[in-house]
Design a protein around this ligand. Structure first.
Ligand SMILES: Cc1cc2nc3c(=O)[nH]c(=O)nc-3n(C[C@H](O)[C@H](O)[C@H](O)COP(=O)(O)O)c2cc1C
Length: 224
């Protein structure tokens, strides 16, 4: 690339095998709506949760088609709930491809969001295992001092997971449990999903309109 050419600097979105693939879809749609580039890494295990939760089989060879089907689906499974999303600024890397761009600190990236994050993923990143591209990219994000959001989905939590979450926090990550709130006037499943997605984007400073912010008026959400 010549000096002066603008460089694509994406957010890396890692989707691991915890329940909650609608959270990942909401984050991805909102990043694209905000004009951000996205590099997508979908773990092997998350293909099972995606199939279970949406009926979409995510195939490396047909990822664009599968991603469109996933993103168009509402959190309650309604097909076509979202208009066709333009995924032309999404780049997909296979989770087994440890030579992929995001496995190096010299690859330009703004930071990374792991949504949802499994306890296995939390352990792998906390211990620096790099067992796949998702974990390697997260380790790179930490060592490069870029923002890392870990949206864990599990309950209850074991002592070892709690200690690993503290290690991630110490290393500079934002630990953001996928725990929807009800104060923002949620009336549908999608609103609860969008709340968590919106808080993930808040953590990395990307503007969005995913949920209504608290303004100090008790009951305002119910009267709106
Ligand atoms: C249907 C299904 C739902 C799962 N939900 C969770 C979950 O909510 N949280 C979690 O930590 N693991 C969950 N798991 C287990 C993870 O998929 C498993 O630990 C896997 O090894 C994670 O690998 P990954 O981090 O490489 O994606 C679930 C597995 C399946 C099949």
């Amino acid at each position: 690339m010549n000096a002066g050419e603008s460089q694509r600097t994406p957010w890396i979105l890692g989707v691991s095998g915890a329940s909650g693939t609608p959270y990942a879809a909401a984050v991805l749609r909102a990043l694209l709506e905000a004009g951000q580039s996205v590099d997508l890494v979908v773990s092997r295990a998350s293909r099972l949760t995606l199939l279970d939760e949406t009926g979409v089989s995510f195939r490396d060879a047909h990822w664009r088609e599968d991603l469109r089907a996933w993103l168009s689906q509402g959190a309650d499974g309604t097909p076509g709930a979202f208009a066709d999303v333009d995924v032309s600024d999404v780049r997909h890397w296979s989770a087994g491809d440890l030579a992929a761009g995001p496995s190096s600190g010299s690859y330009p990236a703004r930071g990374m969001l792991i949504v949802p994050a499994s306890t296995a993923c939390v352990a792998g990143v906390a211990l620096g295992l790099s067992k796949d591209l998702l974990q390697r990219a997260a380790g790179v994000t930490l060592k490069e001092r870029r923002p890392l959001v870990v949206a864990l989905r599990e309950t209850p939590l074991s002592g070892s997971t709690l200690r690993q979450l503290v290690a991630l926090d110490d290393a500079g990550a934002t630990v953001l449990p996928a725990s929807p709130a009800f104060y923002a006037g949620a009336r549908h499943l999608q609103h609860l999903v969008d709340f968590v997605a919106g808080r993930a984007l808040d953590a990395v400073g990307v503007p969005h309109r995913l949920y209504r912010r608290w303004e100090g008026d008790l009951g305002a959400a119910r009267s709106a």
